[in-house]
Design a protein around this ligand. Structure first.
Ligand SMILES: Cc1ncc(COP(=O)(O)O)c(C=O)c1O
Length: 426
């Protein structure tokens, strides 16, 4: 099992047998509120009938067709719908099957883009400390979570990392984007100085660091990163696998935060989590660089057997319909103020070291136990689950990312459950 203590799981399995709306049903018949939207992906809630029906219909109509030198209409329709939601100027979509594939594809596209323009010397990739970009060798190389990398090296050469943007000293209990930290983007200038801009292909960051601890970008930080990339001809990639499809109350994190990258990677909410799917969205500038040379030539020698799978495309189109018709992103924007207030109301509870929030994301840091770091978060996570609320608890942190259809009273229920759990641990 991925990211799971396999033996412990088998001794005490946590099995789900159904899901509807914001609730799972467990194998022992309990209802558990899904405080993580699956794994940051079921944005419109579970069991959206329109998506389920679209997948059924697609399976009955065309179970599979390759996307290599052939395709099917749903793939183009899905791409059009996604491009229409993406920030202005980002209008071409390349389909993959996961966030990890999206990231590795985007990194390859960035290098090939420069090569196509006669700048094949631009190969270096820049990631950021605390970044998470999936589990492929490319994504792992640019990522900045050391514990994920340790056992698998050597990773890609020619990779640099920006510093992360978190400082408890300067930012603790920030609501939304912290005031402090825009200057941290200037570290890119140092990387340019050491390596020369002519060697650098792309910078990849999550607009809001997700798995690394829900770190909203400091005010002005992304703008500064954008400006430095422009100055040196470096592509800016936003990994929006979590922030895409409404999590910040707008279609993409880029739209919510007002900074447009050259490439977006996305997955998860693209199909509302119902079928594995991901994508790379590029600007016309990037796309056009490939559309040179003989028309019979393959422009991008890259792709996957299941790129643009009919079931995934049907799910994506239906997910876009649901997002639009049920006004899901607007609901996220509407309830996120209440979310913020309820999150920060925990500040005076025992063991609280920091609380961060943006959109419908929240992380609560607990002070580690002197003799057993990591155990407090796990204990709170277990108590919440017993009380019928599923949260994520990586170490001494509680992470929340519920379906975007959540209501104010359901938000109250989540935070009351977390409060009770925190009070119950030592
Ligand atoms: C920002 C980001 N990028 C990439 C990924 C990898 O996505 P997947 O697990 O679908 O490969 C994730 C997964 O959580 C993610 O949060």
């Amino acid at each position: 099992m991925p990211f799971t203590p396999n033996r412990a799981f088998k001794a005490n399995p946590r099995l789900m047998v159904g899901a509807k709306g914001i609730y799972y049903t467990t194998a022992d018949g309990r209802r558990v509120l899904d405080g993580m939207a699956g794994l940051w992906c079921v944005n419109a809630g579970h069991g959206q009938e329109r998506i389920t029906q679209a997948i059924r219909d697609a399976a009955g109509q065309l179970d599979y067709v390759s996307s290599f030198q052939m395709s099917h209409p749903l793939a183009f329709r899905a791409a059009e719908r996604i491009a229409a939601l993406a920030p202005e100027g980002l209008d071409h979509v390349f389909f993959v099957n996961s966030g990890s594939e999206a990231v590795d594809s985007a990194l390859k596209i960035a290098r090939a883009y420069h090569k196509a323009r006669g700048e094949g010397h631009r190969t270096r990739l820049v990631g950021r400390a605390k970044g998470y970009h999936g589990m492929g060798f490319g994504g792992l190389s640019v990522a900045g979570m050391g514990r994920h990398k340790r056992e698998f090296g050597p990773l890609l050469p020619g990779v640099d990392h920006l510093p992360h943007t978190y400082s408890r000293e300067h930012q603790a209990f920030s609501r939304g984007q912290p005031e402090w930290g825009a200057h941290l983007a200037d570290a890119l200038e140092h990387i340019v100085e050491v390596n020369d801009a002519s060697t650098i292909a792309a910078v990849i960051v999550e607009p809001v660091t997700g798995s690394g601890g829900v770190l909203p970008p400091p005010k002005g930080y992304l703008e500064r990163l954008r400006a430095i990339c422009d100055k040196y001809g470096i592509l800016l990639i936003f990994d929006e696998v979590i922030t895409g499809f409404g999590r910040l109350g707008a279609p993409f994190g880029s739209s919510a935060l007002g900074v447009t990258p050259d490439i977006i990677t996305c997955a998860k909410g693209m199909s509302n989590g119902a079928v594995p799917m991901g994508g790379v969205i590029t600007s016309a500038k990037v796309y056009d660089a490939f559309m040179q040379g003989p028309e019979a030539a393959i422009e991008l020698l890259h792709g996957y057997t299941y790129s643009g799978h009919p079931l995934a495309c049907a799910a994506a189109i239906a997910a876009m319909d649901v997002y639009e018709e049920q006004d899901i992103f607007a609901n996220c924007a509407r309830v996120s103020k209440h979310w913020e207030e309820q999150a920060h109301a925990l500040r005076s509870e025992p063991h609280i070291a920091d609380i961060r929030n943006i959109g419908l994301l929240c992380a609560i840091d607990l002070v580690p136990k002197a003799d057993a770091a990591g155990t407090r978060g796990v204990a709170v996570g277990a108590k919440c689950y017993e009380a019928g609320v599923l949260v994520r608890a990586p170490g001494d942190m509680i992470v929340l990312s519920p379906p975007l259809i959540i209501t104010n009273s359901e938000i109250d229920h989540i935070f009351e459950t977390v409060r009770t759990a925190i009070r119950a641990i030592d």
